[in-house]
Design a protein around this ligand. Structure first.
Ligand SMILES: Nc1ncnc2c1ncn2[C@@H]1O[C@H](COP(=O)(O)OP(=O)(O)O)[C@@H](O)[C@H]1O
Ligand SMILES: [Mg+2]
Length: 427
């Protein structure tokens, strides 16, 4: 690891080169005096950014000197020359305006790998940072070893793809549109989550020009692959273990394609024990990469709240809350709704889907809606074609497209289709 320059770091000024246009890459003499605090790749330059002198110098010191530093990310621009650079952003950079600048600079200069050191690691900040193109987020104060390890990880990603413009080597184009994330959730097992997630995914994939991905976040007992008769070579476990260098092209190699619809699937681990290795942060990072090239990312979940489910709900644009038409189902969904309210989940993004809604079980839809104090967006009838289709491994929208169930599922997909014709949210 070499520094851009080796002149002194006065406490009140960033160690910026004096003349505009001066190369940041050290000359021979400067290289000899290079970065001593890291064992990371020696060919990558290192720079610390923070408008606050104290915060910036603290990171510089933790890194062991001989690191270039600047108050603002834009100060770095005149010195960029295509050489790989690891940029450590201090805690004062964790604000909207600065992260926007970071995103702009990283998009224009893919040779930069950024790490954010943040005062407080919230899922919101993590999400924002990842969207800005930051590759790793550490809690402040980060010690030299943590920084060195993170720098090493980011360096390896830069070494493998030096200055490649975004999307150039991706099979799927990143057109700047972020796909919608839709989580299918229920607090009751057997409510029909996986059936709904699968059929929604298949329908949206058939209607969308861009890829649609279904993520099986029921990490212990996910059965999406079985429901679609797929034999996955890779699962979420592989995506998590490649997280350091995960981008659209790598992730795309891990996805299984459902041939007849084009739906892409990121399957759950094959062994329930692997679920322990996967946390909300990892799952959120994966979804953020997926939504860069997919029009929709559909997430199937287990029937309980865990940190992965909460993370998925938080980053979702829409959440489908699935309830079966029996008293235990309604009771559990009511508790689920109360929990989501307590967690400040915006109610606008929740949509109630009543499954098996025609059942002759003496439970009236309006009664259910009154109990839950939410009106149902979609009613899906009960039909023998559903278990038949599950057992054949062919989604009901394909195996029985004229059934009432398939029509309801098509209506469900139509709740989201407006986003396909170029109306998706911009990054
Ligand atoms: N509308 C329906 N009509 C008939 N059977 C259904 C319906 N919805 C779901 N099922 C059946 O219920 C079972 C559980 O559905 P599934 O989607 O796996 O639930 P979850 O993922 O919520 O645990 C499946 O075997 C499926 O065939
Ligand atoms: Mg399921």
């Amino acid at each position: 690891m070499s520094s851009f320059f080796t002149d002194d770091t006065s406490a009140d000024a960033a160690t910026a080169p004096s003349a505009e246009g001066e190369s940041l890459v050290p000359d021979t003499a400067a290289s000899a005096d290079g970065f001593r605090g890291s064992t990371a790749n020696p060919t990558v330059n290192l720079v610390v950014i923070d408008p606050d002198d104290v915060a910036r110098n603290r990171i510089v010191e933790a890194l062991g000197n001989d690191v270039s530093s600047f108050p603002l990310v834009d100060d770095l621009i005149p010195y960029l020359n295509g050489e790989p650079i690891v940029m450590v952003l201090g805690p004062s950079c964790a604000v909207d305006g600065t992260l926007n600048s970071v995103e702009r600079v990283i998009q224009a200069h893919r040779e930069i790998g950024a790490i954010l050191v943040a005062e407080e690691l919230t899922t919101n900040l993590l999400q924002q940072a990842l969207r800005s193109g930051v590759k790793d987020v550490l809690a402040s104060p980060a010690d030299g070893q943590q920084l060195t390890e993170a720098i090493g990880r980011v360096t390896s990603t830069l070494a493998s793809s030096p200055s490649t413009p975004a999307g150039e080597d991706d099979m799927f184009e990143d057109d700047g549109e972020l796909g919608q994330v839709v989580t299918v959730f229920s607090t009751k097992g057997g409510a029909g989550k996986s059936m709904i997630a699968t059929n929604l995914g298949v329908t949206l994939a058939q209607r969308s020009d861009k890829p649609v991905c279904l993520v099986d976040a029921d990490l212990q007992f996910g059965d999406i692959a079985v429901m679609l008769k797929l034999s996955p070579q890779h699962t979420i476990v592989d995506a998590v273990s490649s997280l350091d260098r995960l981008d659209a092209s790598l992730l795309q190699n891990l996805l299984v394609t459902h041939e007849s619809s084009g739906l892409l699937i990121l399957p759950a681990p094959l062994e329930p024990a692997f679920a322990d290795q996967i946390g909300a942060t990892e799952m959120m990072q994966i979804v953020e990469v997926l939504r860069r090239f997919c029009s929709f990312v559909i997430i199937d979940t287990p029937a309980y709240f865990n940190d992965v489910v909460l993370g998925m709900i938080e980053i979702s644009d829409e959440v489908l809350l699935v309830a079966g038409m029996d008293i235990p189902n309604i009771k559990n969904v009511k508790i689920g709704l109360q929990t989501l309210r307590l967690l400040n989940t915006p109610m606008e993004k929740l949509h109630l889907v009543l499954n098996r809604a025609n059942s002759k079980v003496k439970l009236d839809v309006t009664e259910v809606e009154r109990t839950l104090q939410v009106s149902a967006d979609i009613l899906i009838p009960s039909d023998i074609v559903v278990p038949q289709s599950v057992n054949r491994g062919v989604p009901v929208v394909q195996s029985a497209p004229r059934s009432g169930v398939a029509k309801s599922l098509e209506d469900l997909a139509s709740m989201f289709t407006p986003a396909i014709s170029g109306k998706g949210r911009k990054k």
